[in-house]
Design a protein around this ligand. Sequence first.
Ligand code: GDP
Length: 295
Amino acid sequence: MFDNLTDKLDKAFHILKGHGKITDVNVADTLKEVRRALLDADVNFKIAKDFTTRVKDKAIGSDVLTTLQPGQLMVKIVKDELTELMGGETAGVNLSGNPSIILMSGLQGSGKTTFSGKLANFLKTKKNKKPLLVACDIYRPAAINQLHVVGDQIGVEVYSEPENKNAVEIAQNAIKHAKANGFNVVIVDTAGRLAVDEQMMNEIANVHAAIQPHETLFVVDSMTGQDAVNTAKAFNDRLDFDGVVLTKLDGDTRGGAAITIKSVVNKPIKFIGTGEKMDAIDVFHPSRMADRILG
Ligand code: GDP
């Protein structure tokens, strides 16, 4: 994960680790390399620039030039700033409802259906919940089948109405079904498209308004880098979602989406997907991610 970035940051810190005496030129060179590493990771120019400015200010404030181990101090400063950039604290999911309603949004192929299953499995096995999965994709029968396959795999019931073409109605009926049958979490998987379009946005906004979810999650493929960030912006403008799910981190060698999405939409990353299997889900911890990035 993010191997390129980890390598490049490591090389950047070598500049400081290698010198007996540190000068402000060495520090500037290091910061230049850090910035280049972030840009190569598909972090946008302004975020990368602001990041290195903050690191520089902190480095000056903590007398990096006179410390005995300037390399280590710089790594710590960069780690703290990366943690902050990715959201600081770990953010939880609102499970206060009975049932708690969780709405999944995102483009087709982002990993929404897979993640809906992973989340149901996580809540069932780790949080002792009784989740109901709801198939609200009214365009692709294959998507409904896919959710049923996932549900069978993890032993979670899937609610669907294959003949009904009204997503709002399906979601509302599913919630009634959940209340009548003792389900305490309802996870609503919605239709995505290959790109942001008005019809998809209207439909999910209507479902959102009708069922008033406790938690709206936006699912995005981390490998799409800046596109992921732009899509997040479009969905957030419309839905004001509560959190981001970054999928396919196992295949992402760059890391730009993970690093920048929080600062662009001001919503935390709550979960990450790290594989195709149902247990490849992790709660997102900004400081642990920063540790991994720094190797
Ligand atoms: P949806 O169209 O948004 O519902 O996307 P799907 O759930 O069908 O996922 C699209 C593809 O991505 C499938 O082949 C999934 O197996 C795969 N996928 C989903 N999440 C992950 C992940 O975290 N890692 C990897 N490697 N593949 C994933």
